[in-house]
Design a protein around this ligand. Structure first.
Ligand code: ZN
Length: 130
């Protein structure tokens, strides 16, 4: 599902009085928005949170506050702009495969040229494989 579909799902749950489901759908939507860099969806999620944070259930209310500030930080990080490149870049970096340094056995980025732990240079290994 796209971020806007998930936002719609969350909105439907709010409208039909299922705050708990709305909240989990909203978290999913936030996750997708972040990946897609969809600032519009993030604002919509914050609007949903505005409703949910008034919920008598303290757990739901505090969860909604948390989600709202998460969205706010993401939007702030993007300078209020359309996409949050920094965050998306950080996520994609985390997903990159790691390789083990043959010298010190620490995990380093797949594309690293130099081991950040011991200074081992990987270039010689790369040259051999080409
Ligand atoms: Zn190393």
């Amino acid at each position: 599902m796209s971020a806007s579909d998930e936002v719609r799902t969350a909105t439907d749950y709010v409208a039909h009085g299922h705050p708990r489901r709305a909240l989990s759908a909203a978290w999913r939507a936030a996750d997708t928005s972040l990946r897609e860099g969809d600032a519009e969806a993030l604002r919509a999620i914050m609007a949903i949170c505005e409703v949910l944070r008034e919920n008598p259930n303290k757990r739901i209310a505090s969860d909604a506050r948390q989600l709202s500030s998460y969205c706010q930080h993401t939007l702030d990080g993007a300078g209020g702009g359309v996409q949050s490149h920094a965050i998306i870049a950080r996520i994609s970096r985390m997903r990159q495969p790691k390789r083990v340094c043959p010298d010190c056995a620490e995990k380093v980025q797949q594309r690293a040229h130099v081991c950040k732990f011991c200074g081992f240079r990987f270039e010689s290994l790369d040259d051999q494989s080409e």
